[in-house]
Design a binder for this molecule. Sequence first.
Ligand code: NAD
Length: 429
Amino acid sequence: MTANTSHTIPSYLNPAQLGPWGDYLQQVDRVTPYLGSLSRWVETLKRPKRALIVDVPIELDNGTMAHFEGYRVQHNTSRGPGKGGVRFHSEVTLSEVMALSAWMSVKNAAVNLPYGGAKGGIRVDPQTLSRGELERLTRRYTSEIGVIIGPTKDIPAPDVNTNEQIMAWMMDTYSMNEGATSTGVITGKPIALGGSLGRREATGRGVFTVGCEAAKRMALPIEGVRIAVQGFGNVGGVAAQLFVKAGGRLVAVQDHAASLYKDAGIDASALWEHVQLHGSIKGYADAESVTADAFWDTPCDVMIPAALEQQITSANAHRIQARLVIEGANGPTTPEADDILRERNILVVPDVIANAGGVTVSYFEWVQDFSSFFWSEDDINARLVRLMTEAFDAVWQMAQEHKVSLRTATFIIACKRILHARELRGLYP
Ligand code: NAD
């Protein structure tokens, strides 16, 4: 009888279509040699603790019934409750949500938040739904995943195509099912419902903070630095505005509908206003419209992918002109592309540290909700910057010590913390 009963790929995933989960598994393989005796626990990281798939039926405005597929995956809870966003997107898959939940485990451990990792999603294009349909969808999904979430079990938050209003509906649905208002079950809520000041801008602010730290170490001045941003939403839009405020020049922006270029610098605040009105950068007049493909050749110093996974691949990594890539999105760079960028001496600040600002202020929100005592925005921003700067410094030192990429360095710090907790706890979780 063979003793090896471990299967890395769960039977519910098609091994030929692993998507971002395959990228994540490769990242874990890369870090394993650095884990010492903790590597005996590494298989824990290669499968989610729990993956829930739910049917979300709703009545549409025209009286017909529609069924949507929803997910909530808890990757790891060794260091605390699951924590991670909820994504509404027509391409959401189980393997994507699994990867996103695993990156949350790594991210939360990298900044030393007392959380495990989780993520959720619904396979839907929310732009095709009315407000009433969106509310019914959100509430039914929340009820369905209500069996595994909770303020001390798993705390959802916003992600792509979800916002404060959706978080308010989620909090309300969970609370009313429980019979008492429970603000701590969701973060990213409106301020009027126990949300935190600074949460909306927190991920972009974190991207800016670690981006400046990396630039400082590369002797790259922010004044006049040319920035190209993919994704001009909550993360990319805020980060771009902060870089421009600090003296940077926004030369290129791409979103789902258009790509813009202007060497003299795009007015980031005016573009932001345009997006709030029209839902996209498309139609913004004060920049040249270019093809989506041309975006990757943009002459720039810093590139910020802040849209979706697997955007920088072996097909375009050799074309990127930037010296610094700051990953605002989760999983935007494939492992093959990572190698190409490293060979080309382009520094990559990985998602698991670069976009940790959002969950950090979500943690502050959760703490404030429990104590029902709310902090000032200055206090929150100062704590965020301090935590992110310290975490980045530790990652930088780890990378120097082992001569590894910042991604592997972040994974070394985070995976050691997760597996150490796992070892100390023993049998569970
Ligand atoms: P968002 O919905 O506010 O914005 C997404 C942006 O990406 C939009 O500008 C959209 O047009 C663009 N986009 C979508 N598909 C695209 C495509 N195919 N090509 C180019 N652009 C495309 O979402 P967000 O909250 O800014 O999230 C963006 C990324 O950041 C995601 O990977 C998300 O997981 C990650 N992230 C978000 C947070 C947060 O707090 N919101 C925290 C950490 C990480």
